[in-house]
Design a protein around this ligand. Structure first.
Ligand code: ZN
Length: 394
């Protein structure tokens, strides 16, 4: 039993600051109160005790390609199968790829992240790569895999018989992948047909796993989508019933109306959009419509996987974009509460009965939420708990 004492706890789904002790037993938070006693005591007077962070979208695999391709058009850099990233990864020694992934995972733990959702390329092999890279690193990984067979061949000629054969293959490959992965993460509708996407999401939902896709990342993909199908990428993603839509930087037509009543979540990656010069996600509009918003650092290629940096950028770019106030607690929720709910993981929130994933961080101003977002560096994170276990204390 662990007792985190005397901290300023960001309690419950609204992250309300209150002075309390937290009693943890067998992975779970059992009591949050001023009088909770017993267990191994950790005195964190002068610290914020917050849910640790959830990075809802990252491509760990390109950790080895940091700051490559800056200034190139987005499709030249990341689009499979022939973008710069994919060519570079194909010729890099797998052990170098793994060791740079491992460094990124350690950096994440060092910056308060205990759960990540990784877009994993390379099919089943790619999944064993992250398993190996993360050996003995106590970070919770939600791995969303993909197969090269999901990507349409540009020279492909459709024909009924051939299509049916392909679909059986896609279904079989999806099921095989989902034996090892927590779900499927697709690069986008530019590379994947709607029929294929539908089979994948159906297969995911049959086995209770997650389906995610990049959507509306920039204007051109939206225009291409309208031209080729008469629908926006968001309409297509909703028709296919994906659980997670990544980006939504460029919604058009009535995309936001369609998202308003849906069950899906949107993962915003504002630093990635900035790095690639594609825009600013309309966080305030989506939030005011009640769309469940999450936050991710996207490719390690363009961004450090540090969620504090992402939160600060997200808050300030949103205020700058709208020229209006935006509540900082909503940004912290994107990195904690909202993600825990979307992933159905019973974490991301400090409350009795939740899994104990907690960070202890020095309080650097009188406003604990802004202290986290504006000021916290790795050195200010003094302790981290995941699954009820103390990972480090410094
Ligand atoms: Zn991405």
């Amino acid at each position: 039993m662990l007792n985190i004492k005397n901290g300023l706890v960001l309690y419950g789904p609204e992250l309300e600051p209150k002075k309390a002790n937290i009693l943890i037993e067998d992975n779970y938070i059992v009591e949050v109160s001023a009088h909770a006693s017993g267990g191994r005591e950790i005195d964190v007077k002068g610290c914020i005790v917050s849910p640790s962070l959830i990075n809802s979208h990252v491509h760990l695999g390109d950790s080895v390609a940091k700051d490559i391709g800056d200034g190139e058009p987005i499709e030249n850099v990341v689009k499979p199968p022939n973008g710069l990233k994919h060519r570079l990864l194909a010729k890099t020694d797998p052990s170098d790829i793994r060791s740079s992934m491992r460094n990124s995972l350690k950096e994440m733990l060092g910056t308060g992240t205990t759960t990540i959702v990784d877009f994993r390329e390379g099919g089943v092999n790619g999944i064993s790569q992250i398993d190996e890279a993360s050996k003995d690193i106590p970070i919770r990984k939600i791995v969303l895999g993909r197969q090269n067979t999901f990507i349409k061949d540009p020279s492909y000629k459709s024909g009924a018989e051939h299509l049916n054969d392909d679909f059986d293959e896609i279904r079989k490959n999806s099921l095989e992948l989902l034996k090892y992965a927590d779900g499927v993460g697709l690069s986008g509708f530019g590379e994947v047909d709607d029929e294929v996407a539908k089979i994948i999401t159906e297969t995911c939902s049959q086995v209770g796993k997650i389906s995610a896709i990049h959507a509306a990342e920039y204007e051109q993909v939206q225009r291409n989508s309208l031209k080729s199908t008469g629908k926006t990428e968001v309409e297509r993603a909703l028709d296919c019933e994906f659980n997670f839509l990544i980006h939504l930087t460029s919604p058009i037509n009535n995309d936001l109306d369609l998202l308003t009543n849906g069950k899906q979540s949107v993962v915003c990656c504002p630093r990635s959009n900035g790095a690639l010069s594609v825009g600013i996600p309309p966080i305030k509009e989506m939030w005011s419509r009640g769309i469940n918003l999450l936050l991710g650092t996207d490719n390690v290629m363009f961004n450090s996987p540090n969620m504090f940096r992402e939160m600060e950028y997200a808050l300030k770019i949103t205020r700058g974009f709208y020229k209006e106030y935006f509540p900082p607690v909503e940004i912290l929720k994107m990195a904690t509460v909202n993600a825990g709910q979307a992933l159905n993981l019973n974490l991301g929130c400090i409350q009795e009965g939740m899994v104990a994933d907690i960070m202890m961080v020095e309080l650097l101003s009188d406003n604990p939420i802004l202290s986290l977002i504006n000021r916290t560096e790795s050195k200010n994170i003094i302790g981290l708990v995941t699954d009820g276990k103390l990972i480090y204390m410094r």
